[in-house]
Design a protein around this ligand. Structure first.
Ligand code: FES
Ligand code: FES
Length: 271
């Protein structure tokens, strides 16, 4: 993924769309965002960072060519569907990070552990962010939200309370909604992290984002990325949730604008 800068005039509504729903990793601070919530139509000049998405590395099963986001998912698939004695005649186990090929799952794991999981240096962690492999040197006390925002410039993940009480910082860790403010950077080695930037391709809204936009399921937008990531995980398991099921899924989320009822109604019924 590479980045480029764009500067242009946008209306208040366009600004909220870009900032609140976070199209492709737009970097906007909350105070500036709130200042755009005045009553009349205004025009602001903003500079935004646009992420240009490149191919997502995948772990590919050499037996049947199914693709997986994580090594753990590939390992589970192979162990469930292919016996250790199954011959691999053509394809190999391939490292998505550097293309190295191996005859066995164990050899691939050893290669990943040695070269990408620790780098042999304390505090250095490698993991996937939105499908892209990254390696970051972290201090023991750095939280995941700090790593994402301050080291990887993924400003779509918001930090509200910082103590696990508002849900604004929610990201997916191996598909599970997780408060980034309560997760240490050193805990995420080898895991797959999904942030709000994963929803859009950088230009077009995802169906979930479009539904939020169409239903005006946000006001200032500060809580929105957390709600959307929780919704993404819920809809992956339950594509047509009831209002009560949505309420349960977002129970740890707070919307200080008071838009919770509309947000829940928007997620209910799927996209
Ligand atoms: S900032 Fe993480 S739960 Fe509030
Ligand atoms: S829309 Fe403002 S905090 Fe939820």
């Amino acid at each position: 993924m590479s980045e480029k800068e764009e500067t242009k005039q946008i209306s208040r509504r366009q600004f909220l769309r870009n900032a609140g729903i976070v199209v492709g990793g737009t970097a906007v601070g909350s105070s500036f965002l709130l200042s755009a919530c005045g009553g009349e139509e205004v025009t602001k000049t903003v500079t935004k960072t646009v992420n240009v998405t490149t191919a997502t590395p995948k772990f590919v099963c050499p037996y049947d060519s199914q693709e997986f986001d994580t090594f753990a998912a590939l390992q589970a698939h192979v162990e469930a569907n292919h016996s250790a004695g199954d011959p691999i005649t053509v394809n190999k186990f391939v490292s998505p990070y550097d293309g190295a090929e191996f005859d066995t799952l164990e050899q691939l794991k050893a290669h990943l552990d040695a070269n990408f999981m620790s780098q042999g240096e304390p505090g250095v962690v490698s993991f996937l962010v939105n499908g892209k492999p990254v390696t970051v040197k972290v201090e023991d006390y750095w939280t995941l939200d700090f790593v994402l925002r301050d080291r990887l410039a993924l400003y779509g993940t918001k930090v509200g309370c910082g103590v696990g009480q508002c849900g604004a910082c929610t990201v997916l860790v191996d598909g599970v909604p997780t408060f980034a403010c309560l997760t240490l950077g050193i805990e995420i080695a080898g895991k797959s992290i999904e942030t709000i930037e994963s929803l859009s391709d950088g230009t077009n809204l995802s169906p979930l984002q479009q539904k939020f936009y169409d239903n005006e399921a946000f006001q200032c937008g500060f809580c929105t990325s957390g709600f959307m990531m929780a919704a993404k995980a819920l809809l992956a398991e339950n594509p047509n949730p009831t209002v009560d099921e949505v309420r349960e899924a977002v129970a740890g989320h707070i919307c200080t604008c008071g838009n919770l009822k509309n947000t829940v109604a928007t997620i209910a019924g799927g996209v």
